[in-house]
Design a protein around this ligand. Sequence first.
Ligand code: ADP
Ligand code: MG
Length: 263
Amino acid sequence: MAAAVTESASARPMVRIRSVRKCFGPVEVLKGISLDVPVGGVVCVVGPSGSGKSTLLRCVNRLETIDSGRIWVDGDLIGYAEKDERLHHLRPSQLCAQRQDIGMVFQRFHLFPHRTALENVMEGPVVVKGVPKAAARRRAMELLDRVGLSGRAGHYPSQLSGGQQQRVAIARSLAMDPKLMLFDEPTSALDPELVQEVLAVMRDLAASGMTMMVVTHEMGFAREVGDNLVFIDGGVIVEQGDPRQVLANPANDRFRAFLGQVL
Ligand code: ADP
Ligand code: MG
């Protein structure tokens, strides 16, 4: 493949975002975002509502196309402008395979309501990857155990708390063996007392070496777990750096004002 499409594995980041622009109609929502996520790194993305955080994650997962710029995931070009005809040799099947490598956890859990926790976690491997049911069940049980829910395998989502449902959703993503996990405000819909159990699972995941992009307002998590904190406002990165440093000493006025509201 052409050099623009693949690059050598040495020292390349898991995610490389370059000059990404994204419009919805006349409104430019991402105005030139460039960002790297190193292999095994945790990048926390914060910013006001409507600043483009979800759109950025959705571009990385190719749930949205971009209008200009490039996004590579693990060296594969996954985001490029449709008008860039040089890149049209990437077929939908390749994109589908690339997307399977990227797990995404949303604010709302999106579990299948008529399936048990175990069945929710087994679904992807069995249906998408063709894993035999017995093997998928064994692995799903391991993953439910990992998120602290082995005792809830037979429960339906309606029988689980929000925190438990979100932990099932994380296990379900992990069942696809992603090399990158995207989290879009995973604790924002939870009652306050359920937030920590989900953050604990994410903390363990980060410690296990998973590469993660996390949109969150949980500054404690960002400070403790994040390698990089990125503040987005109005579709541009306004400030970024080591979370401990930028939170202790925010340079930008808008970032300071934002922190004043969420801390
Ligand atoms: P955030 O996640 O930071 O709150 P979003 O990325 O969801 O922000 O949205 C950024 C802006 O893009 C908002 O103004 C939102 O209304 C707009 N937007 C998001 N998705 C769409 C869409 N599918 N169509 C039109 N506008 C959208
Ligand atoms: Mg959002």
